[in-house]
Write a protein that binds this ligand. Structure first.
Ligand code: ADP
Ligand code: MG
Length: 363
């Protein structure tokens, strides 16, 4: 069953900015989807349109099969969690949760029941008598999620949940959202400008650019098969960098990418591909996943450079590869040492080829 359906939603602000254009998305009831894109790509606008804080110029919003046209925000059953949301200081977590329920005219006995059910499921019952200022950042976030859950919404929208927390400390937070979704089965959208968060949440992900959807898929599949150079650069797995190249036939009868700037030749590892063949002799954009490349000594082909700054940790030797095209950390074999000339070789999955004009993925 559909939990949320957005059909052809567009929004242009008074200043002439098209924040969202022809946005189409369906979430199954209980599904968690990540909306990912850099600042200004339209994420908040979409969320505001869903909850009714903004009106779309075009399109339909359908929540649990009900069309939201003409419905006020409080009639939609949508709860939005913003990072700036905090609790009233000087009041316990319980009082804060209860206050949120008083707003929706929930009776006292039911308030208690809903609060207990929620905090027990979330495992934060021991924070009820604490003041907001006594909570750890993670408890505080869970309590804010709890405040949304007690309202028993149909949809929970979370906008940039943790902008100020370092990525390595965010695990508890995104785990809290994933757990919340598993336990309560709300239809949920989490908006983030941080691709690492999208990868960590591991849900279906929508990548946005200037209000246009670029790709919708499981985030792992987006990594494997980015639709275009924009998506590949945004998600940026394996330290991808781009360069301009010409696709040419090589002596071995296969295809090579020639990067003029550094006179590198990279053989293309791919089965015969009609689409790719049509690009022979043309300029393309090549996406190189630096950390997947493999160094080789005395190689004719590949991206040529020198090894610098060798380090060893737990028996693994690493070096900094330096070339005119880029620097990259590489894993060395026993024979490689500082100062050696090596050429980086592409392996399957380390190279993408994009149409230079449209940015669309060819390979
Ligand atoms: P995101 O949440 O991805 O950062 P937003 O939805 O906030 O993106 O913004 C999308 C675009 O719309 C941006 O170019 C932004 O400057 C513009 N925008 C957002 N809100 C308004 C507004 N109230 N009035 C005018 N322009 C806005
Ligand atoms: Mg935003």
């Amino acid at each position: 069953m559909s939990g949320l359906l957005l059909k052809g939603v567009s929004k242009r602000y008074g200043n002439g900015i098209n924040a969202v254009s022809n946005f189409n998305l369906e979430l199954a009831k209980g599904e968690l989807t990540v909306l990912a894109g850099p600042k200004g790509s339209g994420k908040s606008t979409i969320l505001n349109i869903i909850c009714g804080l903004e009106t779309a110029d075009e399109g339909e919003i359908i929540i649990d099969q009900q069309n939201c046209a003409g419905l006020a925000p409080k009639e939609r059953g949508v709860c939005v969690v913003f990072p700036s949301h905090t609790f009233y200081p000087g009041h316990t977590v319980y009082e804060n949760l209860e206050f949120s329920l008083k707003l929706v005219k929930c009776q006292k006995a039911e308030r208690r029941e809903r609060i207990m059910k929620t905090v027990e499921a979330l495992g934060i019952a021991d924070t009820l008598e604490k003041l907001p200022e006594e909570l750890t950042p993670a408890q505080s976030f869970e309590a804010i999620l709890a405040r949304a859950v007690v309202r028993e919404p149909k949809i929970i929208l979370i906008d940039e949940p943790f902008p100020d927390i370092p990525t390595e400390e965010q695990e508890l937070f995104w785990q809290a959202m994933v757990d919340l979704n598993k336990k309560f089965r709300h239809t949920m959208i989490v908006a983030t400008n941080n691709p690492e968060q999208a990868l960590a949440i591991k849900a279906r992900t929508v990548v946005l650019k200037n209000g246009y959807i670029q790709q919708i898929d499981a985030v792992d599949r987006i990594c494997e098969n980015p639709a275009n150079v924009y998506v590949a650069q945004f998600i940026n797995r394996f330290n991808m960098t781009t360069a301009e190249a010409v696709l040419s036939e090589n002596e071995a009868g296969g295809l090579s990418l020639l990067i003029d700037k550094v006179s590198a030749e990279i053989p293309v590892i791919a089965p015969e591909n009609k689409k790719l063949s049509s690009y022979i002799g043309r300029e393309v954009t090549v996406g190189i996943r630096r950390s997947l490349l493999v160094p080789k000594k005395n190689a004719e082909q590949g991206i040529k450079g020198k090894i610098d700054e060798v380090t060893e940790e737990n028996g693994v030797r690493k070096g900094m590869f330096k070339s005119k095209l880029f620097d990259a950390e590489i894993t060395l074999d026993d024979t490689m040492k500082k100062g050696d000339k090596v050429a980086l070789q592409a392996v399957e999955g380390s190279i993408f080829i994009f149409d230079r004009d449209t940015g669309k993925t060819i390979l």
